[in-house]
Design a protein around this ligand. Structure first.
Ligand SMILES: *Cc1c(COP(=O)(O)O)cnc(C)c1O
Length: 355
């Protein structure tokens, strides 16, 4: 089925940013996608309009009870001037898992894909081409019904905005210092940890600030019940290389099922590297570090792709990983994923989608 979205072009296009100095998420393109939902009517009136503020009733339930979900993916321009999205079908599917968890209406995944493609086409000259840069795409859904009371809203908006972003690490893959958080928790099974919903991130800020104050770049989350098993690193999935085995947490409901995580697992299996999705305690990680068995630790996510960890801080002790250098597995995954995403390497898994 083909979807038609009405397009209203801006009369005031903004100046394009200097590609050498792009930050993450500070500038937005000229247009955005909006679609409305009303109970009984469903989703309607998908349209592309000039980027700008929304007029909202202050009683809109999103401001009070937080019915909000978001996604994140990137568009890349290849050397041959093709535009590629990386596994956008996975974002569209995960969006519905998040929508369902917080009682928001699901969206036809084909429509989500068409909306993303249509918006990217309209603002295609915003896709930066300098090495390491891309166009970050942020679809999100908010409840807009003006109503005070706790129940699922009857009105929503699905919006997509886009931001040209720079290389996450300007000087290459720089290993980070990570604080193992043993007081605050991010999520528990049965909660909303597997969904990309705004409330999860509000709840995580306190721990992040604590880590910053102690001189760390991010937190490593432990499980919310026993504070014993490693789960995620900030807003990324966590991988540990112990001897010749790569270990990541299983998807037990408290972990966000990252699309990068899934891609990394697929690559490692293809390369014949031993991978396990299993629970791992922070004590096992510390012991492996002390005994010289902990080879690499890295985080995976759309924003940075791979973020190597150079140091873990846990219970007033610091554990240095791979002499604070990026490890061979991290580097190989990074080069391969970025190569596929940017069209430099063959896409044997059919992960990229041309706009
Ligand atoms: C978005 C996110 C990830 C990474 O998911 P990708 O699909 O790889 O970008 C991991 N953990 C959390 C908590 C996240 O919000």
């Amino acid at each position: 089925m083909a979807y038609q979205f009405e397009i209203t072009k801006t009369e005031h296009p903004k100046a394009k940013p200097d590609q050498a100095n792009l930050d993450f998420g500070t500038l937005f393109t000229d247009h955005m996608f909006i679609m409305d939902y009303e109970e009984g009517k469903g989703w309607f009136d998908g349209r592309i309009v000039p980027y700008g503020p929304l007029a909202m009733d202050p009683a809109s339930t999103v401001f009070h009870y937080g019915q909000e979900m978001f996604e994140g993916l990137k568009a890349y321009k290849t050397k041959a001037d093709k535009i590629l999205l990386f596994r956008p079908d996975r974002n569209a599917a995960r969006m519905n898992a998040s929508n369902d968890r917080i009682c928001m209406p699901i969206i036809d995944e084909a429509l989500t894909l068409e909306a993303i493609k249509a918006l990217v086409k309209v603002d295609s000259d915003w896709i930066p081409t300098a090495p390491g840069t891309s166009l970050y795409i942020r679809p999100f859904v908010i409840s807009t019904e003006a109503f005070l009371g706790v129940r699922a809203a009857k009105q929503y908006k699905f919006i997509i905005i886009m931001s040209p972003v720079g290389a996450y690490y300007k000087g290459g893959l720089a290993p980070t210092k990570i604080y193992v958080e043993d007081e605050y928790v991010r999520a528990v099974s049965g909660g909303t940890g597997f969904a990309k919903v705004g409330g999860n991130y509000a709840a995580s800020l306190k721990a992040q600030q604590k880590a910053y104050a102690k001189g760390y770049a991010q937190v490593l989350w432990l499980d919310g019940v026993e504070r014993k098993y490693v789960e995620e690193i900030g807003t990324s999935n966590a991988f540990f290389v112990i001897d010749d085995e790569v270990i990541t947490s299983p998807l037990t409901g408290s972990i966000l099922p990252g699309i990068t995580r899934d891609s990394v697992l697929t690559l490692l299996k293809k390369w014949g590297i031993k991978v396990s999705e299993k629970r791992l305690t922070i004590q096992e990680v510390a012991d492996a570090s002390k005994d010289g068995h902990l080879k690499e630790v890295f985080a995976t996510g759309t924003a940075a792709v791979i973020s190597p960890v150079g140091e873990l801080g846990w219970m007033n002790q610091s554990y240095i990983i791979n002499a604070q250098q990026i490890g061979p597995i991290s580097q190989r995954i990074y080069d391969t994923l970025v190569g596929i995403q940017t069209g430099e390497l063959a896409d044997e898994f059919g992960w990229t989608v041309e706009v």
